[in-house]
Design a binder for this molecule. Structure first.
Ligand code: MOS
Length: 780
């Protein structure tokens, strides 16, 4: 074990993004791990804004996305989808489609012979699929499939679905997914009552006594809409079933996981399944698994004895690629006059359509210090496409409620919301984030709610985030050094657009004293050592430590050769600026490539896996430690509300975030921009609208489903706090999810501050603003 003590100091990156280190860290390092990495200020490549390793390929169009994969003899698949929200398929006649000369395979998905499979439960549910020699032929063939549906009663309205005699989405419940809400905590085997599953219950202390002890109690009900997944790149797969191997080129957040799914679903040994992904245009939680479309393409390839490409179109993305569940939550918070919380209670109902996982997360339970908590979270089934994980699932809708309730509490206590949070938030990191954020937004300019005179009223608000410092221990990386000095880093891990490959190259380059662009990145292929998933904001935390460890092990072999050449001890050698240098006599050095030329084999290689967190893995450390290890961030928003048109303009967002050791400030800034924009879009625009009479989505495109665009983009000021925790060889954590959580509540609180009326429902549309101001009737 080696122990290193580090004192951290403020640093400003050349990119202009501020980075501030706080505190001290003491770490205990296992013997086979690299020595402690000093703070970023003392490093050459890590912590610097290296350009994306694939940036050039992306902007020139050379990068290969899944839809670009084209194999000899490849077929094109399309899926026939249910036009009805709830129906039983009585019969399905594929004979005419089969006779189409260009059709090579047809798959019946809703099989009339099987009661369970024959029931479709949402508009857009897959019924059958066709593989043909062209897209056009596949489309034609879909029209030649004749389906006889028996319509069943349905419900797509979340409130109606909870009513006593609501149509049952799952008859009798035996066919309903059992699982558990992805709320916090997860609880298995929850009861089903009508369309409602749950509650998942969480409790600590005595909430009744806590409310009894309170000087002040605030209550609120909050509602969030369904947000659909709108990855720039749609879901897609090219499935190539060969006699010896199944290869799936698929836009996925988890190559290793999809390989397992394919092996299980098709009864293949793992070593006969290969999963490949090169460039990706996002996932956000929607590409975590193989999906029904992925299974369909593989089955069609198996039947047609040919590769099959299946890429979803935008309408399919909107109705059947998963979504962020809609939620309703009631929060009640009790506090003493000085702000100390005495009780927090949360009741939530959410809907993930025909799926589960509509909890509102764990903000209310874990963000603030409070001895007494009770939570009850429910899932409500409706006849709509299944929800799935979406950027900080649960916590993003949960924060919309909690952070407004805290804002209400501050007002009731006549306390500044930042000062109230200083009292009740135990995190020293977020305290510093609040201080920096308040200073940068100019919080002292904030007026009392509704006090801005004139038609356009400005306001400021603050919101916080809480996310887990997730790590996947099953994460491996190989580093190869070849005789000419060229270096490769290899792992199954995918880069979904976040820059994973670039941070791996930086991590490896730092070890060898080279530049990031000197490292060849080979990732996104299960032929390489298994990589972690790119979900739960865990890829960087999982893959950079083994990347550094593998590079460090490979370097030790190289240093032995260099030591002979330099007539020095290997321990006395350091790498810098492309050279291996004798530390005690820096005039003696050789070029990195010269050392590599002395290797006895043409290539050396080292593989490393993510070691356990140094002090012992988080899960063994209990709740208090978990809270300290969490990731967070504080965001401040400044808005201008036009009280005549109801239009809310977000003028500025200050986002102060932490992600352990920042590896690449430019990539982090880009991630935070994305998190803020997605949160802003959620707060003001996005809304999946289902027609109550037909069950159809009325806005299944990107014209009527409004996303924030350039015109709505505010000035975004990003500050990254360095927060070394001493848990791994890189101290790095993710940023994607924590950057998304606080935006909507910060905007909602700013809107309240501007107009003096609180909006408790998303999205905050012009109609909602005018309704709240009493200028038009409130939307029911
Ligand atoms: Mo994320 S929603 O864990 O990709």
């Amino acid at each position: 074990m080696t122990v290193a003590k580090e004192t951290l100091r403020p640093e400003t990156f050349a990119s202009g993004i501020a980075s501030v280190g706080i505190g001290k860290v003491v770490r205990q390092i296992p013997a086979d791990e690299p020595p402690a990495l000093p703070p970023n200020a003392e490093l050459t490549v890590i912590g610097k804004a290296a350009p994306r390793h694939d940036g050039r390929a992306k902007v020139t169009g050379a990068a290969r996305f899944t839809a670009d994969v084209s194999l000899p003899g490849m077929l094109h698949a399309r899926i026939l989808r249910s036009p009805l929200p709830h129906a039983r398929v009585r019969s399905i006649d594929t004979s005419e489609a089969m006779r189409h000369p260009d059709v090579r395979a047809i798959l019946v998905i809703a099989d009339p012979a099987d009661m369970q499979s024959a029931t479709v439960r949402y508009c857009g549910a897959p019924v059958a699929a066709v593989a043909a020699v062209s897209m056009a032929a596949a489309e034609d063939a879909l029209r030649l499939i004749h389906v006889n549906y028996e319509p069943l009663s349905f419900v797509v309205d979340f409130d109606q679905a909870r009513a006593d005699r609501a149509p049952a989405v799952y008859q009798g419940g035996a066919d309903a997914p059992g699982g558990h809400p992805s709320g916090w905590p997860a609880a298995a085997g929850l009861p089903l009552n009508g369309n409602v599953r749950g509650p998942a219950v969480s409790q600590r202390g005595d909430v009744a006594r806590g409310f009894g002890d309170a000087d002040v109690i605030v209550e609120g009900e909050y509602r969030t809409q369904v947000q659909t997944h709108c990855c720039l790149e749609p879901h897609g797969i090219v499935a190539d079933w060969q006699t010896d191997t199944l290869t799936a080129y698929i836009s996925t957040q988890y190559t290793t996981g999809v390989r397992h799914e394919l092996a299980e679903q098709f009864g293949l040994p793992l070593n006969r399944v290969r999963v490949i992904v090169d460039a990706m245009g996002g996932g956000f939680g929607s590409k975590s698994t193989l999906g029904n479309y992925g299974h369909t393409a593989v089955e069609l390839s198996r039947r047609a004895h040919a590769p099959v490409r299946l890429v979803l179109d935008r309408e399919e993305e909107q109705i059947d690629s998963g979504n962020r569940p809609g939620t309703w939550q009631r929060l009640r918070i009790g506090a003493k006059r000085d702000g100390t919380l005495t009780a927090v209670s949360l009741v939530s109902f959410g809907t993930a359509g025909v799926g589960l996982g509509a909890g509102v997360g764990f903000n209310a339970e874990a963000l603030y210090a409070c001895d007494n908590f009770s939570g009850a979270q429910h899932d409500v089934f409706i006849n709509a496409g299944p929800g799935c994980a979406m950027r900080a699932p649960g916590n993003t809708p949960g924060a919309f409620g909690l952070e407004q309730a805290i804002d209400q509490l501050a007002e009731r206590l006549a306390m500044d919301p930042v000062i109230l949070r200083d009292r009740i938030d135990p995190s020293p990191v977020r305290r510093e984030e609040r201080r920096i954020g308040a200073e940068r937004i100019g919080w002292e300019r904030r007026h009392t709610p509704g006090a801005d005179p004139g038609i356009i009223k400005r306001g400021m608000g603050v919101g916080q985030s809480l996310w887990m410092a997730n790590v996947q221990l099953d994460s491996s990386c190989e580093v190869r050094v070849t005789r000419d000095g060229s270096i490769e880093v290899l792992s199954g891990v995918q880069d979904i657009g976040t820059g994973t490959g670039t941070v791996m190259a930086q991590t490896v380059a730092e070890v060898f004293g080279l530049r990031a662009q000197d490292i060849t990145v080979r990732i996104g292929d299960t032929e390489f050592p298994p990589g972690p998933p790119s979900y739960g904001s865990r890829a960087t935390a999982s893959i950079t430590p083994p990347a550094r460890a593998a590079a460090w092990h490979a370097l030790q072999s190289l240093l032995r050769e260099a030591a002979l050449a330099l007539n020095a001890a290997p321990e006395d050698l350091v790498t810098r600026d492309g050279r291996i240098v004798v530390r005690s006599s820096p005039s003696r050095s050789i070029r990195f490539a010269e050392a590599a030329a002395r290797l006895r084999t043409d290539r050396i290689s080292a593989v490393a896996s993510r070691s356990d967190d140094y002090p012992g893995f988080l899960r063994r450390m209990g709740d208090a430690a978990w809270a300290r290890q969490s990731l967070g961030g504080v965001q401040f928003a400044e808005v201008a509300v036009d009280t005549e048109t109801g239009i809310v303009r977000v003028e500025r967002v200050v986002a102060v975030q932490d992600c352990g050791r920042p590896i690449n400030p430019r990539l982090i800034e880009s991630q935070v921009h994305g998190g803020v924009l997605m949160g802003l879009s959620y707060a003001l625009f996005e809304d999946r609208i289902l027609d109550r009479h037909t069950g159809r989505m009325v806005n299944p495109d990107l014209e009527h489903y409004k996303l924030a665009g350039p015109h709505e983009t505010p000035a975004i000021d990003v500050v990254i706090l360095e927060n070394y925790q001493g848990n791994s060889a890189t101290d790095a954590y993710g940023i994607a999810e924590p950057a998304n959580i606080a935006t909507a509540p910060a905007i909602a609180n700013a809107v309240y501050n501007a107009i003096g009326v609180r909006l408790r429902s998303l999205p905050i549309t012009p109609a909602a603003i005018l309704g709240a101001l009493g200028k038009i009737p409130q939307r029911s």
